[in-house]
Design a protein around this ligand. Structure first.
Ligand SMILES: NC(=O)c1ccc[n+]([C@@H]2O[C@H](COP(=O)([O-])OP(=O)(O)OC[C@H]3O[C@@H](n4cnc5c(N)ncnc54)[C@H](O)[C@@H]3O)[C@@H](O)[C@H]2O)c1
Length: 263
């Protein structure tokens, strides 16, 4: 089969969490451009509505669900509802996630100052919600012996990262291994699951701290390409992992980081 044919997604139903902006929006855009019907979800109803309008204006087939992934039952309801409405779910991006503030070299980020209520809330959003998303999607995908799940980890989950908080680095490492662990159960059912591990991309994450030139320059210091990523630069990898072009890939955790994890 021609590879350009393998990248077409007509007739496929996709789900994206955290799709109103940033990397999740770019993931939704990537699969919508290739013909998938995309269910964009986010906690931010207004931003979600305008993000969906942008994709529709570009010809995308899009619907929205306002979804807070910290509400674990709501994730399952949303995914079951998509299958009830469309008969299938083919592509799931478990993308929504929050930063945990500054890293261990700062006073606020030092372990003595990590607030455990905030730690647990972050674990719920960055880790448990990803598990529930995978489990809810897999229940349907297994029956059809078809599906692709893509989890957003981080290069902060591959090694220590001075710029990121303890809970963030820990949860991003955990979801990378959650992906590998899930392969054991899902691969026999022809359901593929992989992770994207971005380096610093210019988005609104962490209340937009990457838009502060001082913070950005600290992140960029570790990026051999010498700049932050732009969200559209996630689209190629997102599409590859969402499409039959990656049919023999599962359990991979792929850095996309301007070389930051190379040395
Ligand atoms: N930007 C980076 O440098 C970077 C690097 C590595 C990994 N990541 C990961 O990429 C993913 C997307 O981050 P981003 O940079 O696009 O951030 P962003 O803040 O620009 O976008 C995140 C989106 O998630 C939504 N969201 C937040 N809490 C939610 C919740 N409880 N339920 C549902 N939606 C919620 C927000 O409303 C927002 O639209 C996250 O998992 C993040 O950890 C980002």
């Amino acid at each position: 089969m021609r590879v350009d044919e393998q990248l077409k997604l007509k007739g496929q139903i996709a789900f994206v969490s955290g799709a109103a902006r940033g990397l999740g929006f770019a993931m939704a855009e990537a699969v919508a451009e290739q013909g998938a019907h995309v269910v964009m979800t986010d906690i931010d109803a207004d931003a979600l509505a305008s993000a969906a309008d942008r994709l529709r204006a570009a010809g995308g087939a899009v619907e929205t669900i306002v979804l807070d992934v910290s509400d674990l039952d709501a994730i399952t309801r949303a995914i079951d509802g998509i299958v009830a409405a469309h008969g299938q779910i083919d592509i799931v991006f478990a993308n929504a996630g929050l930063s945990a503030g500054s890293g261990p070299r700062t006073e606020a980020g030092a372990m003595a100052n990590v607030d455990l209520a905030r730690w647990n809330a972050l674990l719920n959003i960055n880790l448990t919600s990803v598990f529930v998303t995978i489990r809810s999607a897999a229940a349907h995908m297994i029956k059809r012996r078809q599906g692709r799940i893509i989890v957003t980890s981080s290069i902060a989950g591959l090694r220590g990262e001075p710029m990121c908080g303890y809970a963030y680095a820990s949860t991003k490492a955990a979801v990378a291994n959650l992906v590998r662990q899930s392969v054991i159960e899902l691969a026999p059912h022809n359901v593929n699951i992989n992770a994207i591990a971005p380096g610093p991309f210019l988005t609104d994450i962490g209340q937009g701290r990457l838009r502060d030139p001082h913070v950005a320059s600290q992140f960029v210091a570790d990026v051999p390409l010498g700049r932050l990523g732009s969200p559209h630069e996630i689209k190629g990898l997102a599409l590859l992992l969402a499409s039959p072009a990656s049919s023999f890939m599962t359990g991979a955790v792929i850095p996309i980081d301007g070389g930051a994890s190379a040395y």
